[in-house]
Design a protein around this ligand. Structure first.
Ligand SMILES: [Zn+2]
Ligand SMILES: [Zn+2]
Length: 172
């Protein structure tokens, strides 16, 4: 939040305290409105990222950009979906958030914890099973060595069928 003392705020926008009570009220209203706009602008540029990180940390799950927007809208009434989308892209570039295709038609975002993890996604019931990194890391190491290729994938999604769905569909 941007907190400015009124007189400081008037000084900032070059107004001196020489007006009547009525005009004071009007100016004060304008100033409050300006302050709201300045605050909104500041929220758009940096606080949005902070709130997204908090949300993803709390939710501990994979959220689409639309879901992130729906969660944050009550707290950020002036925010629009493209602001959320840009913030998610920035966080992904910075490596704080992972983006994955989990087969639901929209990319999902998740906080990158201290330990990377991966998933098995069932194409039958859409169950998501977490894979510890130590299962996948040897494969990553092998690929990096053999192809002299530095992997940036930090959230691997493998699709298939879980035991229940294999039983249901007689796929075994
Ligand atoms: Zn995940
Ligand atoms: Zn399944």
């Amino acid at each position: 939040m941007l907190l400015l003392d009124n007189s400081l705020f008037f000084d900032t926008i070059g107004l001196k305290l020489a007006f009547t009570k009525e005009s004071y009220n009007t100016i004060f209203c304008i100033c409050k409105d300006l302050r709201y706009k300045i605050t909104s602008h500041i929220m758009k540029s940096s606080t949005v990222q902070q709130l997204i990180l908090e949300l993803l940390r709390e939710e501990h799950s994979h959220l689409t950009a639309q879901e992130v927007y729906n969660y944050l809208k009550p707290r950020l009434p002036s925010v629009n979906p493209s602001t959320i989308y840009r913030a998610l892209e920035r966080l992904t570039r910075e490596g704080q958030v992972s983006v994955s295709d989990m087969g639901i038609g929209a990319a999902v975002y998740e906080i990158v914890g201290s330990l990377p993890h991966h998933h098995l996604v069932c194409q039958g019931c859409h169950r998501v099973i977490k894979l510890e990194n130590n299962i996948i890391q040897p494969f990553f190491d092998n690929v990096e060595q053999r192809f002299a290729f530095q992997l940036t994938t930090n959230h691997l999604i493998l699709f298939g069928y879980c035991p229940d769905c294999m039983d249901d569909k007689g796929k075994r």
